[in-house]
Design a protein around this ligand. Structure first.
Ligand SMILES: [Zn+2]
Length: 313
């Protein structure tokens, strides 16, 4: 990995000079440029920066965010940006290597919140990843944005950073934050109300489970087939049987899948128990079509409110 990054950096530097000259000559867009890695960061940046920045998304729509590796062109975009707004964590280990070598204005979403360590729950199929030698410290769950409360903290940190980078825009950034934070608060209230009026507390994910921050925020319990960042894996018969037992025991009406799932495991569980299959958006990534249609974090999370109502009924 280290070698790959160094090579990409070398390539990026070779390309950097002409690319830089180009930008200066054009010089028409004087706005800040914010380069983001994941969809939630992209959406938050659009909301808080408004008209004062051009915002771009590195991980292509529909792509598997966990195995994303930046190209030389991506590296140039990051180097030329006014702000690199990324998620951090295991899946973005390349960011750490990039920043070790260069000074780049960066805001890391994982650093904006109280990070939770990854959790392996009863019944969850452990994924035997390659153990990296000399790896230190706890592994944090990366999916911080799945709690609307965290989303607000992230947006507040982003607003502060933008005000520092572009003091002329301070009033606008703060106004954008106030407006968006109010929407996030409404979303948060909708989730709290849904949980309070629900008749159960347990969610079943026949899938990966990238929404730990969400369940922690609202005091929900869960069972899931795989941890949040697991590679797509065939579930074992034992995992499927465990989840089927839980659905039966607690008479759970809904099993969840996440975006880009093949949903096979959920289908098996539904067939066996008669429960329903619903989508819970982790908002990790969206499809090209959704992106074109201007899908937002608030929209996807709003759909989650509706799905959650049914799952807790
Ligand atoms: Zn993930």
């Amino acid at each position: 990995m280290k070698k790959t990054i160094t090579l990409i950096l070398a390539l990026a530097l070779l390309l950097f000079v002409p690319a830089c000259g180009e930008t200066q000559e054009q010089g028409t867009d004087t706005r800040l440029s914010i380069v983001t890695t994941l969809f939630p960061a992209y959406d938050f940046a659009r909301e808080i920066a408004g008209e004062r920045a051009s915002v771009s998304l590195l991980v292509p729509p529909g792509a598997e965010a966990h195995s994303f590796e930046p190209t030389a062109r991506d590296m140039i975009r990051i180097q030329e940006s006014s702000l690199f707004f990324c998620n951090g964590g295991e899946s973005e280990a390349w960011v750490e290597e990039l920043l070790a070598d260069q000074q780049i204005e960066t805001l890391v979403m994982l650093d904006c919140v109280d990070a939770l360590e990854e959790e392996i729950r009863e019944g969850m199929q452990e994924i035997h990843e390659e153990e990296e030698e000399g790896e230190e410290g706890p592994e944090y769950d990366e999916h911080v944005w799945t709690s609307p409360v965290n989303a607000r903290r992230i947006c507040e940190a982003l607003c502060e950073r933008l005000c520092a980078l572009d003091p002329e825009g301070e009033r606008e950034y703060r106004a954008n934050l106030a407006r968006y934070a109010a929407r996030l608060e409404e979303l948060d209230a909708a989730f709290r109300e849904t949980v309070e009026s629900g008749s159960r507390r347990t969610l079943i994910f026949a899938d990966r489970f990238p929404v730990r921050y969400f369940v922690e925020e609202y005091g929900l319990d869960y069972y899931a087939a795989f941890p949040g960042c697991a590679d797509d894996t065939e579930p074992s018969a034992k995992t499927v049987a465990f989840l089927i037992d839980k659905v039966r025991e607690e008479e759970i009406p809904v099993v969840f899948t996440i975006e880009f799932s093949n949903e096979k495991m959920a289908d098996v569980i539904c067939e066996d128990t008669g429960c329903r299959k619903l989508r819970f958006h982790s908002c990790h990534n969206v499809t090209a079509e959704e992106l074109e249609n201007g899908v937002s974090y608030l929209q996807l999370m709003g759909e989650n409110v509706t799905a959650l109502k049914e799952a807790l009924s």
